[in-house]
Design a protein around this ligand. Structure first.
Ligand code: ZN
Length: 121
């Protein structure tokens, strides 16, 4: 069929585009995100700065003196990690916290925006 050649040509064009745009490769992006995360984690000591917990799955980059306005565009995830690695923010403003320590800090600083979890000693 005539359309077969067209589809082949279309596929070839797509493949050329794909090779010219490696960031369109989701798998590569995923590896890149992991690499960026690991790079930053190592720079930040690779363990929770409060309790020493070392499992990356529960470690989070914490802005030591939280300023939601300043970090508004990079509140979390790889966007923030890249910004820190680029030098957009001083590394000394950040620390690694495990999920437990991060949550405790949030409650103590009332960063969650409400009083419902406030400690009543
Ligand atoms: Zn911890």
């Amino acid at each position: 069929m005539g359309s077969y050649a067209t589809r082949e040509a279309s596929r070839a064009a797509y493949n050329r585009w794909y090779q010219a745009h490696p960031t369109a490769n989701a798998e590569r992006n995923k590896r890149d995100r992991v690499r960026v995360k690991q790079e930053l984690f190592v720079l930040l000591g690779n363990v929770c700065s409060k309790c020493g917990y070392a499992d990356h799955r529960a470690l989070q980059v914490d802005h030591i003196h939280a300023n939601p306005v300043r970090t508004k565009w990079h509140r979390g995830g790889v966007g923030l990690y890249r910004a820190i690695l680029r030098g957009d923010y001083p590394l000394s403003d950040f620390q690694l916290l495990c999920a437990n320590c991060n949550w405790i800090k949030r409650v103590e600083n009332e960063e969650h925006g409400g009083n419902e979890f406030k400690y009543v000693n």
